[in-house]
Design a protein. Structure first.
Lengths: 449, 273
């Protein structure tokens, strides 16, 4: 048993190296950064060092910081959070790693005092994104801003306009757009090999079980004056801003934004949206706690419809993923590689598994039977294939790397604000469709910032 | 009036339970949610079954390659490394599947990183991860000024804070039938290991052979990570070897199930409840 496990494991490592010479070689080479000595531990070299400020050290800020710490020649020099509890935690953590950074409560003070910054990473509540991003861009800094871009379409549009007027970079944190597995699947399987045939349907979901609202240690409660100053009614609203209108966009923008962005990235702009949802379970929130949305995508090959659901009262249905289905096959994608799968319709004859395997576009899962024995037993299952991309990094790291390479002038943003605006727009429209209880048409012109 | 509030959550292929003393159930519920979020986060970093976890990603390191680790993963491996040395290899973060490949690794404190020195770093922190998670939960509870608590992982790992109102400690049972003892646990961790539930699942990392001890073993220590690692190692150590381990550390104690009831080894004796 141990032997077979090791055999499977070693096959995986061997496979990564072997596949670098196959058709997928170039892309896969860029995915295996963890396989060269020292590559995953950031080693600074002062000549090429970028000085970065992190604004917002909540849950998302922590995730982004962990990824930034893995990237060579990135130095976080300032950290800003209005909550002393989080700010102190971040400063202590970085100090423990030997990185003494300056802490700020207010981002405007940070911009006024930090004169040797090249870029800012923003991970604060949605309603603060537009003013912060616009100020940072105008201060001459390149910005990585978490999604959603803003809690309003106007706010998001202003960010695109500022990006254009300043000429600075603005990457939006739809990190799947830099995920090697997503890139490979979109470019090779869906685009080049036309694995799905004519795309007819997509489906996505993110379901979560019931959770208590976020609380806080009483001794770290922010003074009311400070909460008011920064736009919060009280501490509960500050900790649970995603649920409140005027601050966030509810589960459709918190969770749905990731998958709806993939719909748009892979299928273009929808021509309409209809949706249903409601605030049916939780009593003390503003935003819908469940939503079901249908977009229509007029593809060159014909209409495709995409269904999306987000539930915050059940984890049923396999967590979070997106599927793209056509008359030849289906691709199931997720940030969790164990969920990803590809299925081929029996009628599909255009491209054979052997051709795809030969090109390195799919990988035959290794049978686990003993090679020297042939037992007669139950009917064998069909061969299974998977997507041959393994990358040894946290999910957000490639997107940050893409941003920093663009800052250095050695790369192009994978999710610039003007492209992200399309997703932003249709997500806001889904919330609007729920409120209006009607189908809303979307024109190609209106999704442009 | 302060009461004991109990909350449960599924994580790390078992259940986690938080029992916390507080006047407000709402505050206790939000604290428990924060604790469970913390456990979920640790599982996503420590589980070898999560394809993209730090522990799973370590397995792709080749000899000489390094990988930066997040603070909790580094801290957990540091304890694992210390416990491996303290138990003479009876506990290991890289048990038999890797031992046959001579997995060797070094923690690099300056870089907060791990370096693969040889073999395949197929870490398995299952014998320490739950206790480590409980230690982190205990820290969180204290930050929220809830010092009186008992946190449990799967019924096999327990970390106790201050006792509940009117009690000298949290009552925790070890053993069964007439041999059963009830301990009053305060500011301590208790872990149990045995073969009764999961069968012969523990291997001796020193030999790669299945554990020989058929009876249960419990360990008491200051932290859940230590008591977890110690109780697991007791399943593969003989009595004399356990005595040798315990001589080095006064804060550790061990209970062994046997024909004559539960025997106590070491200098740490939790009070009987």
């Amino acid at each position: 048993m141990v032997k077979s496990f090791l055999k499977r494991f070693l096959n995986r490592r061997d496979f990564i190296n072997a596949s670098a010479v196959a058709g997928a070689g170039l892309l896969l080479n860029s995915c295996k950064s963890g396989t060269t000595p020292g590559a995953t531990a950031a080693k600074p070299s002062s000549q090429n060092m970028l000085h970065v400020a992190l604004i917002g050290y909540g849950e998302e800020g922590k995730v982004l910081l962990e990824s930034m710490l893995n990237i060579p020649d990135i130095k976080v020099v300032a950290l800003c959070d209005i909550w002393e509890y989080h700010r102190g935690e971040g400063l202590r953590y970085l100090s423990k790693l030997g990185n003494e950074v300056r802490g700020y409560e207010n981002y405007e003070e940070l911009l006024a005092k930090e004169k040797d910054l090249q870029a800012v990473v923003i991970a604060t509540p949605d309603f603060t994104h537009a003013p912060m991003t616009n100020a940072c861009l105008k201060a001459g800094l390149d910005v990585y801003c978490e999604k959603m871009m803003s809690n309003t379409i106007e706010g998001a549009r202003s960010m695109v306009q500022t990006m254009r007027s300043t000429g600075k970079l603005l990457q939006i944190g739809h990190q799947r757009r830099s995920n090697p597995r997503y890139l490979f699947t979109r470019n090779r399987l869906l685009g080049e090999a036309k694995f799905c045939g004519r795309l007819t349907a997509a489906q996505g979901q993110w379901n979560r079980a019931v959770k208590e609202d976020f609380g806080w240690p009483k001794k770290y409660e922010m003074p009311q004056a400070l909460l008011t100053q920064y736009g919060y009614k009280d501490m509960h609203q500050f900790r649970n801003w995603r649920w409140y209108k005027g601050l966030g966009g509810g589960p459709l923008s918190d969770l749905g934004a990731h998958q709806i962005d993939i719909f748009n990235w892979w299928m273009g702009t929808p021509s309409s949206v209809m949706a249903s949802g409601g605030l049916d379970y939780y009593k003390n929130h503003d935003w819908y706690d469940n939503a079901m949305v249908i977009y229509e995508y007029p593809l060159a090959t014909g209409m495709a419809r995409a269904f999306y659901q987000v539930q915050t009262t059940t984890s049923a249905g396999g967590g979070y993923y997106e599927t793209f289905s056509g008359d030849d096959g289906t691709i199931k994608m997720s940030e969790d590689p164990s969920v990803c799968a590809i299925y081929r319709e029996a009628r599909a004859t255009g491209v054979s598994w052997d051709d795809l395997t030969e090109k390195g576009y799919v990988h035959l899962k290794q049978p686990t039977t003993d090679a020297v024995k042939v037992d007669v037993r139950e009917t064998a299952q069909l061969a299974e294939y998977d997507i041959p991309v393994f990358f040894n990094k946290p999910p957000h790291q490639p997107h940050l790397e893409n941003f920093f390479s663009a800052v250095r002038g050695t790369g192009k943003l994978n999710c610039p604000a003007d492209e992200a605006f399309t997703s932003e727009y249709v997500i806001h429209k889904a919330n609007e469709a729920i409120a209006a209880k009607k189908k809303i048409d979307i024109t190609p012109e209106e999704v442009k910032a | 009036m302060a009461e004991v509030h109990t909350f449960r959550h599924h994580a790390m292929a078992t259940y986690f339970e938080v029992r916390v003393v507080h006047e407000e159930r709402g505050y206790a519920a939000q604290l428990a949610q924060a604790a469970f979020d913390l456990v979920d986060g640790l599982e996503s970093q420590l589980s070898r079954f999560r394809t993209n976890s730090e522990v799973a990603r370590m397995a792709s390191l080749g000899p000489g390659e390094t990988m930066r680790l997040s603070e909790p993963v580094y801290a957990c491996l540091e304890i694992a490394d210390r416990m491996e040395r303290a138990t003479g290899g009876a506990f290991s973060a890289t048990p038999v599947a890797v031992r046959v490949q001579l997995a060797r690794w070094t923690l690099l404190r300056q870089e907060s990183a791990i370096r693969c020195d040889g073999g395949v770093l197929q870490m398995d922190l299952g014998a320490i991860g739950k206790g480590f998670a409980l230690d982190r939960v205990a820290e969180l509870l204290r930050t929220w000024d809830c010092g009186a608590f008992l946190v449990v992982a799967g019924g096999s790992s327990i970390v106790a804070g201050e006792p509940p109102p009117g009690a000298a400690g949290w009552t925790c049972g070890v053993g069964e039938g007439e041999a059963r003892r009830e301990l009053g646990l305060t500011r301590a961790a208790l872990s149990g290991s045995g073969l009764a539930v999961k069968g012969n699942h523990i291997v001796d990392p020193r030999t790669g052979q299945a554990a020989l001890r058929q009876e249960r073993a419990w360990a008491v220590a200051d932290s859940g990570a230590e008591s977890d690692a110690l109780s697991t190692s007791c399943i593969v150590l003989g009595d004399a070897e356990i005595e040798e381990v315990l001589v080095k550390e006064a804060s550790w104690g061990v209970f062994l199930e046997g024909g004559e009831g539960v025997r106590m080894l070491g200098r740490r004796l939790p009070p009987v409840a």
